[in-house]
Ligand binder design. Structure first.
Ligand code: ATP
Ligand code: MG
Length: 405
């Protein structure tokens, strides 16, 4: 197969490959960028593999950076954009089911492609558009199949993360996992517990952000992989309930992903915190999910009010609405935006009075009482009980101070 017109992203990289070839070595585009080009999907980055050793690459180009030289990766800066090239390699060892004990540089493309996970990811593309396909990856792209390169059992024993990659590609590409590969996952699922949770998390997030999440989720559940994930051992019934939703989830970011998972598991309060901590999500994600979840539930109950919208803020409202869409609980985007814009204030900073004024003008002492009064004023303004007007706020603050005694 020859691809006549390569996507624009490849163009500026072609001279890099040509230069390596002119020096007597081989160089190819490899991995996801080749797969996605043949599928006609958008590509976001390109990977280059070469028979040249790192020292040889460094001799060919003027400006390079050793970004991962022990793995064979060198960044070439001669052509504007930096391009990372990785020397063909084989991997061996995998004592711990996750990391090869030893990486060996080799001169043969075939050996490099053989260590890759799935046939559709083991295609190579020459600078002139020629595709090298040693494992019928092109046939599998046509058949829309995810198939391990070689013996699935062996491949999942080498690196258990590949099982999560299989289910995420099932969703990402809307492909089916080939029978023996699926069987290999079922038999080796417990090995997933050896994998660092951060790496499993990234794959799960990509699954939820793919083209057909219910398809990937079904495989994730049926193979038993979920049992070896933090906090999901008993989650099959709850997560299975998501399989009946249509496949148009269109989640846009990982906060929405976790908002959905947590909603579906019915987690709130400390349980929510503990669950996300086990998955090692960022603190920002935990914060955002805590804002998203109550909004999703309010949308469900048709009880989204001014106070909750104010508390959540626009980004969590938007995220929550996207999650709610999966259940059919969403508001029309324009209605939500208008409702939010109609709030008298959208943040505490917009309150026509600040703490310092309350202390100096209204004579309120700094401390918990001050905080309480500000909270009360904010709530009354947000809900429209009180105008956001300096003198009215001052008056109300004095009243509240009296009440406090
Ligand atoms: P994406 O579009 O999500 O980036 P990708 O296929 O490019 O998909 P990467 O994780 O960027 O995925 O990996 C690049 C390539 O490296 C893969 O296409 C595959 O050939 C190889 N690869 C990545 N991870 C593994 C793994 N765990 N085992 C074997 N090969 C792998
Ligand atoms: Mg990639």
């Amino acid at each position: 197969m020859i691809i006549k017109k390569l996507p624009a992203l490849f163009e500026p990289a072609r001279p890099v490959l040509q230069k390596i070839e002119n020096a007597g070595f081989e160089a190819y585009f490899v991995g996801g960028c080749v797969r996605d080009t043949i599928l006609g999907d958008q590509i976001h980055d390109i990977d280059i593999a070469t028979s040249a050793y790192p020292s040889e690459i460094k001799a060919i180009f003027n400006r390079t950076v050793d970004t991962g030289i022990e793995h064979g990766t060198v960044m070439i800066l001669d052509h504007g954009t930096g391009y990372e090239t990785t020397t063909f390699r084989t991997e061996s060892g995998y004592q711990d089911y996750r990391r090869p004990d030893k990486v060996t540089f080799v001169r043969s493309l075939a050996e490099d492609l053989q260590r890759r996970d799935f046939t559709i990811n083991a295609l190579a593309l020459r600078e002139n558009g020629e595709v090298v396909d040693l494992f019928d990856g092109l046939g599998d792209l046509k058949r829309r199949l995810i198939r391990a390169v070689g013996d699935p059992h062996e491949r999942f024993n080498e690196d258990a993360l590949r099982m999560m990659r299989a289910v995420r590609f099932a969703s990402k590409l809307d492909f089916v996992i080939d029978g023996p590969t699926l069987k290999g996952i079922k038999e080796n699922a417990p090995l997933l517990s050896k994998i660092a949770v951060e790496r499993t998390r990234v794959e799960l997030e990509k699954l939820f952000l793919g083209q057909n999440p219910p398809a990937g989720l079904k495989d994730f559940l049926e193979t038993g992989l979920y049992q070896y994930c933090p906090g999901l051992a008993n989650a099959k019934p709850a997560l299975s309930a998501l399989l009946v939703t249509g496949n148009g989830w269109h989640l846009q970011n990982t906060d929405q992903v976790w908002g959905l998972i947590v909603t579906q598991l019915g987690l709130t309060g400390n349980a929510l915190d503990r669950f996300l901590k086990k998955w090692k999500t960022s603190n920002d994600t935990i914060k955002q999910v805590k804002r998203i979840v109550p909004v999703v539930s309010a949308l469900h109950q048709h009880q989204l009010d001014a106070e909750l919208m104010f508390k959540a803020g626009w980004s969590a409202l938007r995220d929550a609405n996207q999650v709610a869409r999966i259940y059919g609980w969403q508001m029309a985007a324009a209605d939500l935006e208008n409702a939010y814009k109609a709030l008298p204030i959208q943040s505490g900073r917009e309150l026509a009075i600040d703490g310092r004024t309350l202390i100096t003008v209204a004579g309120i002492k700094p401390g918990p009482a001050l905080g309480k009064i500000i909270k009360q004023l904010t709530q009354e303004v947000v809900t429209g009980q009180l105008a956001n007007d300096r003198s009215q706020l001052l008056q109300r603050a004095s009243d509240l101070k009296q009440e406090e005694g």
